[in-house]
Design a protein around this ligand. Structure first.
Ligand code: GDD
Ligand code: MG
Length: 364
């Protein structure tokens, strides 16, 4: 089996984190986002994974080469000279993807869920059509691709509308597909969109089906959704009674759903949780309160800091009695001075903040 992960784009919506690291390498639940997908593909029997890249490939190559042996997969990079969109990369990687007749998994790199690839493949093979899209329901369908059904044939897609202006339904494309290799015949070697060009052709041929995703789903390509997705991911770990979660019996754990790397140090009288991820080597002082937030590796959170709905970027320092909230994102190596308040600030890497930021803004 083969898989292709679409990892192009500059990840601008996840700035300032993506000013330091390509989006797929940003840790989600203390693991590079893309590693969740590589693991799930490997577990479903995929042996060849193509990463379709057009931005900072060197960094990605270095990080991903180490996964090959670990997960027993071949990872190849398909580097685009110009961005080829969401379908062009399939044509570019045709050689690997058509090495045999088995179906191909295609993934957007910024979606998280429980990746039910085995069930998906099973479903795909049973209906016998050329392609299957994983579908999920959302409240705000206008920022996604919407799937409309022909009720006569179960799961056969009747219409696919990318980012509809008017409401057509709330079942959307979750950004995960299984395609027969024959789908590549529909794609030309130029920048082209699977959503705008390939799916409508498959609909026309009555070859596009949808598979309902069980469980949670989120596109974590922007800070607000990254935080919501983190909550969903942690709840899912809790349901699975994952040993990775920090036990609720720890005195500092408040409300559960807390994932703390074993190398992190937590001070006295802290209240951490619910829904918190703390990365490796983070040092948390005394009396700190953190909820609904992610603290990436090597950060220092000083005594009595109060952090809610915030992403603290790598190597940053949050001062004593500082207060961060409102989807604040600190880039890499940011310092927030003692007693400073930040509400919804997006702080660029290597900055030091010594005055309050009362309203959401970018701090350069
Ligand atoms: N290699 C490559 N080249 N990858 C690309 C390119 C490119 O030129 N452009 C985008 N990608 C990758 C992105 O990195 C991402 O993994 C995926 O293709 C989708 O691009 P996004 O920019 O994240 O699209 P979106 O979130 O607005 O919409 C897509 O995802 C939704 C689900 O999250 C669409 O597929 C929607 O239909 C879908 O509902
Ligand atoms: Mg996206």
């Amino acid at each position: 089996m083969k898989g292709l992960i679409l990892v192009g784009g500059y990840g601008t919506r996840l700035r300032p984190l993506t000013l330091s690291l390509p989006k797929p390498l940003v840790e989600f639940g203390n693991k590079p986002m893309i590693l969740h997908q590589v693991e799930a593909l490997a577990a479903a029997g995929v042996t060849d994974i193509v990463l379709a890249v057009n931005y900072k490939p060197e960094v990605m190559v270095a990080a991903l080469k180490s996964y090959e042996a670990e997960y027993g997969v071949n990872i190849t990079f398909s580097v685009e000279e110009e961005p080829l969109g969401t379908a062009g990369p399939l044509k570019l990687a045709e050689k690997v993807l058509r090495k045999d007749e088995s179906p191909i998994f295609v993934l957007n790199s910024d979606v998280i869920c429980d990746y039910p690839f085995k069930e998906l493949l099973d479903f795909h093979q049973k209906h016998g059509g050329e392609a299957t899209i994983v579908a999920t329901k959302v409240d705000e369908p206008s920022k996604y691709g919407v799937i409309v059904h022909d009720l006569a044939v179960p799961n056969l897609i009747d219409r696919f509308v990318e980012k509809p202006v008017e409401f057509v339904g709330n079942r959307i494309n979750a950004g995960l597909y299984v395609l027969n290799p024959s789908v590549i015949d529909l794609i030309e070697m130029r920048p082209t969109s699977i959503e705008h060009e390939t799916f409508p052709q498959l609909v026309e041929k009555k070859q596009l089906y949808s598979f309902d995703l069980p469980g949670y789903w989120m596109d974590v390509g922007q800070p607000k959704d990254f935080l919501s997705g983190t909550c969903l991911y942690l709840s899912s770990l809790a349901k699975k009674e994952s040993k990775a979660l920090t036990p609720i019996s720890e005195p500092f754990v408040n409300g559960g759903n807390v994932l703390i790397d074993p190398s992190a140090k937590i001070g006295k009288d802290c209240k951490i949780g619910p829904n918190v991820v703390i990365g490796p080597n983070v040092v948390v002082g005394d009396g700190v309160r953190i909820q609904r937030s992610v603290v990436l590796k090597n950060c220092q959170i000083k005594d009595h800091a109060w952090i809610k709905s915030t992403i603290v970027g790598w190597n940053s320092t949050v001062g004593r009695w500082a207060r961060l909230e409102g989807v604040t994102v600190l880039g890499e190596d940011v310092t927030v001075k003692d007693e400073v308040y930040v509400n919804g600030g997006k702080v660029l890497p290597h900055k030091s903040i010594s005055a309050n930021v009362e309203t959401p803004q970018i701090i350069m």
